[in-house]
Design a protein around this ligand. Sequence first.
Ligand SMILES: [Fe+2]
Length: 506
Amino acid sequence: MSRLTRRGLVAASAALALARADAVLGLEMDRRAGLDPFALGVASGDPGLDGFVLWTRLSDHGAPLDAPSVPVTYEVAEDEAFARIVRRGRRAASPGLAHAVHVEISGLRPGRPYWYRFQALGAVSPVGRTVTAPRRAQRARIAVASCQHFELGWFTAYRDLVAAEPDLVVQLGDYIYENSYAQFPKVRTFDGPEPVDLAGYRRRHALYKSDRDLREAHRATPWAVTWDDHEVENDYADLANLKALEPSVFARRRAAAYQAYFEHMPVRPSLWARPDGPRLHRRLAWGDLVGLPILDGRQRRSIQACNAPRQAGNRPRRDCAELEAPGRTMLGAAQEAWLADGLKRETARWTLLAQQTPVAPIATPEGVMSDQWDGYPVARRRLIDGLTQPAVRNAVILSGDVHAFIVADLHARPERPETPVVATELVTTCLAASHAPRARYGQAQARNPHLKFADIERSGYLLLDVRPDRLEADLRAVSDQGDPDGKTASLARFAVEDGQPGARRG
Ligand SMILES: [Fe+2]
């Protein structure tokens, strides 16, 4: 008997025992008329060689469930019909975590699809599809998304993404927005004021999961997520914040936002529940083909340069000596050390660095924007030193944040175009949100010759097709984010050849 089968049998008999316990308990909260506990959907994330994390959150049609701890069973199968179930078990969904459930599955076979579902309160969840990462790979298809403002656009780009059947979705932050923008037309509205506490952030996340396109994208494929600023508050940096509130005051808001984020995302609890606080930086891999370090550029970063004390904010800067202060950091010392160490030992053909804000310099008429890596030039040098380690064969940086498609060459000293190109940067636009003022980035390419492409008007996502000899990026743009039936099509394609940093059209 194989190890796998034996484990499966043990799990199956344990589940049977649990089912009997359920029957004895009677579960008076069970089978309420019309209750739809799985209205927020299902999700999977962070695929490894032998497993992934599964997620759901029980609710009452999206509203918080008025119940104590509720038993939830899960099943993982090798086929969509659940004829070959390989894992089965039970978790408690507790009110302390908004009845969210995270299950880390391990011991599965690499490089194959799995299907999963949950059962609770007499209901069965939709069936999700996920995958384990392969041991070796000749191809990886990775979708990259960021910045989805619920009020400002429909999330129709996700229909195109689901149809493309990527192996993995990488979400680079601004998954939710905390704030409204009165100056832009709305396609729908938030259901309450800006969240500042746990109940508020939970409501906001649940509202997002009411979007069918978003739910379907989670159900169709595993995600790897990281956050940017709007998961808490625009432009925050560590504990510096927009209103310059006392750090201890803002720390409470941030902790609430972080908890709600975890409760609604397919993030591994083993990564999250750490004594030194939540940790989002980690490395995924797609066999020997793709190494995927994922960064957190918010939690530990220095405040933007030349701001008032404690007052976060993205400003155009020039003649700001603080920019060059050597102690300034985007990632914090521990994450920087972790990244440098990992890059030194990189083994994959392609290193895709998933992070938030653009790394390549983008000069604007007013200066550089202080919230991007332009505002952290010394830390950027350290980042590039890591990416130019001999072990890193092809460095491709994935960025979001600026609501524009940008393809850039990254030079060894990024501000000096005479230095060699050492990496490629692919910036995905917003999935749905407002676009920056034309005056800021309208002349981006003319002012910044290392930018190969810039489109500051379209919403959409990036679809990467990675093979050993070549990485192709398809810039997928939505026809009109204000149209609930908007169509998504290719706006441009770029390719990076193995061993040749820098993207070319085609
Ligand atoms: Fe954004």
